[in-house]
Design a binder for this molecule. Structure first.
Ligand code: GLA
Length: 716
């Protein structure tokens, strides 16, 4: 059965995912509304829903229903938050969209529905696209706008083009979950009651943002980690964005989301098409945990470029030596890293141009001759001889004014004429909307990767975009905000196409560029510049709400931590970093022999569980991370890995058992443990492990900073 069914007479379309149904309908007054979003429902039931719709009567001030629309325009009898705002020639607003047809087709990655609308007077064509897949509960939506007039017509000014609005069905109350944060404090999860009125999450900085991330989840206030209905919406875009939830006194809640921020206008010229980034929606009845697992599965099956791979253990030199890199000292540390079992060695900032600190050199992407007199070849070869792959840090979108590039091409930066070019970290942003800038960036990156057989790039972006001008596009400069991000995507896509073995990490001062747009073209993200294992627990907890462990880089660094000053034992640091893609970022010259020995062992342990961590289904167990006894469990086929944390002994004893989740109740599991020795060697059924739990040994429930890795295997 095709996952998309249409009743064209009644103008009803029903989209099915394995566990959910999403249905839309063009009403008798021509509005495209959401009929249903929830647990699976038959097409007949959906059609009945359309027939039973009642139009609310009452006062002329009564709810006109734009909260239920799929793409409410600014205009007509609508006073809510518009998803689409267009100003036509002569200053005419109030678009009037009329249904013009549908099409359904299989497109290689699922099935697609397109609903076409045209303006009643002006040559504007609007298409709403929907995609569902047979193995994912994500419904994907996006919109294309096309000026279909002839070339002499005036452009249309598009002030807002969201990828769509989602109606959260009528419930007694509404609560939202979202992350906020800052540099070195990303992904702090919060849950609050949705206020009446309009509530906006947004980012105006030009990356995805440390302060917010483009997703929101809604429930009626009663959902828990394991139970209850949750609706989630996430935008796949790495530039500026806005998500607005609108809760009406009359009831119901709508969420509209898309790229761009307030005041940005796109001039849609004759013949031109504007395509929004995809907006993804998930519904589950299984609480926040099930929602996260639906997102993770979708990311692994349909977003990440190489989800089948197991990510290597990485070493990165940043926190160890900061800008102080050269051939000999990097090789020296590489030897130590290789000896621990590291598989990928990445040299961070400081290897190019006059880059000995953050005052100069960005833009001059050739090896610093004082530090690398023979180029990067000897280091790259040396690293490979040690049995590791070789990676490099780059920040292609940036330029220091103190660089040859800026002296030659000051016009390449984002700026307005007659306005200051404010610097942050002594740097400005190159305009990746410009063809010449993209050609230049692709040229040097392509040569760098080809000449040195680079296996891995850490692609950084260390400042926000400000003074967003594009003087050559006077009158239409706002397109910078979209074309810069598209330009970054294009350069990465070309690079990957030309170098299929190349892997890329997305970084923006830590986790400032994490979203489903960048994850479609990078393999992992640098989660945060904060590597304090204690802080990392909450950062990783927030990250895991949407994004999978396979894309979450986590390093073990020095203690006390260079940013927070907190001392944490090596084992605890490792166990926290094992919850994602393990890396090492400490100064190995300062680690004692005992620490190096322990690190070697722990890297070995990680290698036995990493496939389960990176490819498995994730369950968050126990208390809030960092508050008491908490754990992260991963289930992959017959194998289960559980990372258990108990940072501080409280006055109340820790629970005696840790209840697992996601197991086969009737199967027996053999428990092998590193650390939870009392549990090791025993077998138990999945039912017992979920109902009663794993016994938590005294060693873990006792003092401060205790942690453990538990491995279980289903015995057939
Ligand atoms: C950013 C990154 C760090 C490091 C520095 C280098 O802050 O997040 O990991 O690469 O840049 O300048």
């Amino acid at each position: 059965m095709t996952p998309i069914a249409a009743d064209t007479d009644r103008r009803v379309w029903s989209l099915s995912t394995p566990n959910t149904t999403y249905a839309v309908h063009v009403t008798s007054d021509g509005r495209l509304v959401q009929l249903y979003w929830g647990a699976r429902m038959s097409v007949d039931e959906v059609v009945l829903l359309a027939q039973q719709r009642t139009t609310a009567g009452g006062s002329s001030f009564h709810l006109p229903g734009d909260v239920e629309e799929q793409l409410p325009v600014e205009g007509g009898l609508r006073w809510g938050v518009p998803s689409l705002q267009v100003t036509f020639p002569g200053g005419v607003r109030s678009a009037e969209l009329e249904f013009a047809g549908d099409s359904i087709e299989a497109d290689g990655d699922g099935h697609r529905l397109e609903l076409v609308f045209t303006d009643s007077h002006f040559p504007l064509r609007v298409v709403l696209h929907y995609r569902v897949r047979e193995d994912s509960d994500v419904v994907e939506r996006w919109v294309t706008l096309k000026h279909v007039g002839d070339e002499n017509e005036e452009p249309f000014a598009v002030g807002r083009a969201d990828a769509g609005s989602w109606l959260i069905p009528e419930r007694a109350d509404y609560r939202y979950s979202a992350v906020s944060g800052a540099w070195a404090a990303e992904n702090q999860l919060g849950r609050e009651r949705v206020p009446l009125g309009e509530f906006t999450l947004c980012n105006r900085r030009g990356n995805t943002g440390h302060h917010a991330n483009p997703w929101v989840m809604l429930d009626d206030g009663t959902a828990t980690e394991e139970h209850g209905e949750v609706w989630g919406v996430a935008l796949a875009w790495s530039g500026t964005w806005r998500i607005t939830a609108q809760r009406r006194f009359e009831g119901r809640l709508a969420v509209t989301a898309g790229f761009g921020h307030d005041g940005v206008t796109w001039q849609l010229r004759p013949g031109e098409e504007l395509t929004t980034p995809p907006l993804l929606g998930v519904y589950t009845e299984g609480g926040f945990g099930a929602a996260s697992r639906a997102w993770h599965r979708h990311a692994r099956a349909h977003v990440l470029p190489r989800p089948e791979e197991v990510r290597p253990v990485l070493y990165n030199s940043w926190e160890a030596v900061w800008f102080d890199v050269d051939e000999e000292s990097q090789l020296e540390i590489a030897r130590k890293a290789a000896d621990l079992g590291v598989e990928l060695f990445v040299m961070d900032d400081g290897w190019f141009g006059k880059r000995v600190n953050d005052h100069a050199g960005l833009g001059d992407w050739w090896p610093n001759p004082d530090r690398f007199p023979n180029g990067l070849g000897p280091l790259a070869d040396g690293v490979r001889k040690l049995g590791m792959a070789f990676g490099l840090w780059v920040e292609p979108e940036m330029v220091n004014p103190d660089s040859d590039l800026y002296r030659t091409h000051p016009d390449w930066t984002i700026h307005f004429p007659h306005r200051r070019r404010d610097e942050l970290r002594q740097q400005l942003v190159l305009n990746f909307g410009r063809d010449d800038v993209r050609t230049w960036a692709h040229g040097w990156l392509d040569r760098l990767v080809a000449d040195h057989g680079i296996d891995f790039l850490k692609w950084d972006m260390n400042r926000s975009i400000s003074q967003g001008g594009w003087p050559e596009r006077a009158g239409d400069q706002d397109r910078l905000w979209i074309e810069h991000t598209r330009g970054v995507y294009e350069v990465i896509d070309r690079l990957r196409a030309a170098h299929p073995g190349l892997r890329i990490e997305s970084c923006s001062g830590g986790g400032g560029r994490v979203d489903y747009g960048i994850l479609a073209r990078t393999d992992e993200v640098w989660t945060s510049d904060n590597t304090d294992a204690f802080h990392r627990q909450s950062i990783q907890h927030g990250y895991s709400q949407l994004y999978p462990a396979a894309a979450m880089a986590a390093w073990v660094t020095d203690s006390p931590n260079p940013i927070t000053g907190r001392a944490v034992p090596l084992e605890y640091r490792f166990h926290v970093a094992m919850a994602g893609v393990l890396g090492i970022g400490g100064n190995l010259h300062e680690w004692t022999d005992r620490e190096l020995e322990q690190a070697r062992e722990l890297i070995g342990v990680y290698k036995t569980i990493r496939e389960v961590v990176q490819h498995g289904d994730q369950y968050r167990l126990g208390s809030e991370p960092g508050q008491g006894l908490s754990a992260v469990e991963y289930v992959h086929g017959d194998n289960v890995a559980v990372l258990v944390y108990h940072p501080h002994a409280g006055v109340h004893p820790a629970p005696g058992h840790l209840r697992l989740a996601g197991l086969d109740p009737d199967a027996r599991y053999e428990v092998a443990s590193d650390g939870m020795a009392e549990a090791g060697g025993c077998t138990a059924t999945g039912r017992v492990l979920m109902a009663v739990g794993l016994p938590v040994p005294r060693r873990v429930a006792g003092g401060d900073w205790s942690s453990a890795v538990v491995r279980l295997r289903r015995i057939r």
